[in-house]
Design a protein around this ligand. Structure first.
Ligand SMILES: Cc1cc2nc3c(=O)[nH]c(=O)nc-3n(C[C@H](O)[C@H](O)[C@H](O)COP(=O)(O)O)c2cc1C
Length: 174
């Protein structure tokens, strides 16, 4: 199946997953800016990867805006975030990015990435600073919130190639 893996990445985690998927699937891999300049007509499958930003999948609008035109293609979305795979809220957070009916057309997956403050642009760094400060100021924090503060206060990498397996499986299914 001729496949394009298109990604939007700020600090490199989504790009890494996109490359892993493209390499394993023998697909073309490109940044969203490049994909926008190209015709996607010849692809039978499009895999789009965006990073999680306050619950939203970055630049998902590109895929959604084209969905009606791509009725003949297999569509897969993967979201890369800082949350570990076990986080209970991942499924519902991903679901909120789609309207009813859209999920019948798109298969959605989550891949844990991490945080890379060294590569993060200033506006995102500021948003994270405010988020962490607000969370720290909260009274009666849950154990999960305390753990989250510790985790996201500095850079970490929980990405792993193993998380692409369900995406590859979905691509193989006809
Ligand atoms: C402003 C901001 C908001 C974020 N919101 C979330 C979130 O809601 N859920 C999550 O799991 N990760 C969140 N993250 C973490 C990023 O999704 C994570 O660092 C991801 O690996 C970045 O991917 P990239 O390296 O491809 O840019 C957020 C990061 C920033 C900077």
């Amino acid at each position: 199946m001729k496949t394009a893996v298109v990604y939007n990445s700020q600090t490199g985690f989504t790009k890494r997953y996109a490359r892993w998927i493209a390499e394993a699937a023998g697909a073309d891999c490109m940044e969203l800016s490049e994909a926008k300049k190209k015709s996607m007509a010849s692809y039978e499958a499009i895999v789009f990867g965006g990073w999680a930003c306050a619950g939203s999948i970055s630049k998902l609008g590109w895929l959604k805006d084209n969905m009606d035109k791509w009725t003949d293609k297999k569509l897969i979305v993967f979201c890369v975030g800082g949350s570990p795979m076990e986080s209970p809220e991942i499924g519902s957070a991903l679901g909120r990015n789609f309207k009813e009916g859209e999920l019948e057309r798109v298969s959605v997956f989550y891949c844990p990435g991490g945080f890379n403050y060294e590569k993060m642009p200033a506006p995102s760094k500021l948003m994270m600073k405010i988020f962490i400060r607000t969370l720290k100021a909260k009274k009666d924090k849950t154990k999960e919130e305390e753990e989250m503060i510790k985790m996201i206060s500095s850079s970490y990498d929980i990405s792993d190639k193993k998380y692409i397996a369900p995406i590859l499986k979905c691509l193989q299914e006809t």
